[in-house]
Design a protein around this ligand. Structure first.
Ligand code: 5GP
Length: 188
């Protein structure tokens, strides 16, 4: 049985349907393109990639292998969702970067920008530490849900207002290991 079929079965028991939105092939091709764009734009600069855990894990691991530059990786973690499908609108640092970002060329890597509250908080916070430059790379963006608009320098895909799982994104802690991006819907 495929991982999608297994996920579909288990989600049905929770009253949800699960359908592929972006295939593994499309995801990987786009991530490789983003890597090429970043490689081109950051020539001659040392890059500090800062991933927003936990959703960035799969995206970031593929992205950094597509970037042909000297780079360092760090991670931070904030909470903005409570394991469900709705934002609490509250952002809190659970884990900060392990190295100072002052004077560095920082690229923040995020799985999805939904309301924009998390990213706008992170940008504001990191700017106070005076990086040499600060840019954003997001795999997904849901413009229909925007509360705080944020600049996205590198974007994988724009999607409609779906709740999505897979390729690092979870629902109640699960389904991060799906290779594609799938949309969840309540069974009518
Ligand atoms: P924002 O602050 O932009 O509303 O939300 C950012 C965070 O919410 C993302 O990093 C992600 O963890 C979570 N999130 C937003 N939309 C989705 C979604 O469709 N699926 C999943 N799994 N998480 C989401």
């Amino acid at each position: 049985m495929s991982s999608l079929a297994r996920a579909t079965q288990s989600l049905e028991r929770e009253g949800k349907t699960c359908e592929i939105l972006i295939s593994e092939e499309r995801v990987l091709a786009r991530v490789a393109e983003l890597g090429r764009e970043i490689t081109r734009d950051y020539q001659g600069r040392d890059l500090d990639i800062v991933g927003v855990l936990k959703g960035c894990a799969l995206f970031m691991s593929d992205l950094i292998r597509s970037i042909d530059l000297p780079l360092a990786c760090d991670y931070l973690r904030v909470s903005s969702y409570d394991g469900g499908t709705e934002s609490r609108g509250v952002v809190r640092f659970d884990l900060d970067v392990s190295q100072p970002v002052t004077g560095k060329h920082v690229l923040l890597v995020e799985d999805i920008i939904d309301t924009g509250l998390t990213m706008s908080y992170l940008l504001e916070n990191l700017r106070t530490r005076h990086p040499a430059s600060l840019a954003v790379c997001a795999l997904l963006h849901k413009p229909a849900r925007t509360i705080k608009p944020v600049p996205i320098d590198y974007l994988g895909f724009t999607i409609e207002n779906h709740f999505v799982v897979g390729y690092g994104l979870d629902y109640a802690g699960r389904y991060r290991n799906l290779r594609h991006i799938a949309k969840l819907e309540d069974i009518a």
